[in-house]
Design a protein around this ligand. Structure first.
Ligand code: PSV
Ligand code: MN
Length: 397
């Protein structure tokens, strides 16, 4: 094998050996749009089925050994559900990943949760956050991942500044409850469900609130939570520089928070994000949680999740091919076209043959999607779950 091909293969194999991406339990369940729910006969209807699907994705890709849990949807009884989850981890060989509190569904949160003017409702939200921290402790999962849906719909109807103070109090109290090996991730989103102001609308707000909460609070970047044209990789570079990057929710979008599958619209953007991470120092790279947060409602649940994990692996492999030494020299000398070509050529390289070899060497199927189709898994779950799904039109998760 020519020396440069051997070098590329080594880079890709090392990168893939160190790459894992968490799948969301809710990505296997029926979802829809605000206009209606699209039921799939194979969608997961129970937490057992979500674990089974996550295990299938991991078995075929070797890259998703953890599944993110949403507390109200997956652990409706809270801490009391922990033994059942532990039994599922054993049964299916995948672990619980990030714990996602739910502060957006209950009627009490109509005017906000941790930023609600009512002290009673803020206390209720804090109680749920502390339960989520406890669930994380008992499951041995590192990250409690907070998305705060709070905001308002009309100018002048809420004190934005009072709400900042209330959030600081609750986030500080949540941080104080974390075990030494736990982290708290603060996610931001510019709008939806609130349409005038959102209390944690961008990375600056998430960063400042995390900093004030404590050292184990970090920022979570959901790729769908930015305005059109935002340079997400620049935000990533800043967060890396500040040691404040906790992790990602990957999905893709064309217009807003579309929740389309990872890399489906703009794979170059995912490559650019991975490049920022891989070009950072080893310490800065450690601990970044890669997670998928998408609710594909037209594509088959398990197929789309495998497609997303495979796409992530391929884009990560491409980013690993960037020649950092050459690029740094070209950047330093401002040789713009050569620098861009050096960067771009890694993106355009077809890494799929190398990734296939890596899969086979690790005892995985060379083509995970084909292996899924041949396994008959989707047909089997569609049969087993079909009648339950026909009846489940009214429940979201
Ligand atoms: C909100 O849009 C979000 O990105 C949050 O991460 C939620 O936990 C998730 O989607 C699930 O709906
Ligand atoms: Mn998200």
């Amino acid at each position: 094998m020519p020396a440069n091909r051997l070098r590329d293969a080594e880079r890709v194999w090392t990168a893939l050996d160190g790459f894992q991406i968490e799948v969301p339990s809710w990505g296997f369940a029926n979802t829809g749009t605000r206009f209606g729910k699209f039921v799939q006969s194979g969608a997961a209807t129970t937490i057992d089925e979500k674990f089974a699907d996550a295990a299938q994705v991991n078995a075929l890709t070797g890259a998703s050994p953890t599944v993110a849990l949403h507390v109200l949807w997956d652990l409706p009884e809270g801490v009391a559900d922990v033994p059942a989850i532990q039994a599922l981890e054993k049964k299916y060989g995948v672990k619980s990943g990030s714990i996602n509190p739910n502060l957006f569904q209950d009627a009490e949160y109509k005017y906000g949760s941790i930023a609600n003017p009512s002290p009673e409702i803020r206390a209720m939200a804090l109680g749920h956050l502390l339960d989520s921290v406890e669930i994380g402790k008992q499951l041995g999962s590192r990250d409690v991942s907070l998305w705060i849906a709070d905001g308002s719909n009309y100018p002048g109807t809420q004190s934005i500044r009072n709400r900042i103070g209330w959030m600081e109090e609750v986030l500080g109290a949540t941080h104080a409850a974390l075990a030494d090996d736990q982290r708290m991730l603060v996610e931001y989103k510019p709008f939806e469900p609130a349409f005038y102001h959102t209390d944690i609308a961008d990375w600056g707000m998430a960063l400042e609130l995390s900093r004030r909460a404590g050292p184990r609070a970090k920022v979570l970047v959901d790729t769908g939570h930015h305005y059109q044209g935002t340079n997400i990789e620049q935000i990533v570079a800043w967060l890396l520089h500040l040691g404040a990057l906790g992790g990602f929710h990957f999905n893709d979008r064309k217009y807003a928070d579309d929740d389309l599958t990872l890399g489906s619209i703009d794979p170059y953007q995912v490559f650019r994000i991975f490049h920022e991470i891989l070009s950072a120092g080893k310490d800065e790279q450690t601990g970044i949680a890669f997670m998928i947060d998408q609710s594909h409602n037209l594509k088959g649940k398990v197929e789309a999740m495998i497609q997303s994990v495979v796409t992530a692996q391929e884009l990560y492999a491409k980013a690993a091919l960037v020649d950092h030494a050459t690029l740094a020299e070209l950047q330093q000398q401002c040789r713009l076209v050569e620098a861009e070509e050096c960067f771009r050529s890694a993106f355009w390289q077809d890494v799929r043959p190398i990734v296939r070899d890596w899969r086979e060497a690790r005892g995985l199927p060379a083509d995970p999607l084909k292996a899924l189709a041949e396994s008959g898994y989707v047909e089997r779950i569609s049969q087993e779950r079909g009648s339950k799904n026909a009846r489940s039109v009214s429940s979201y998760a």
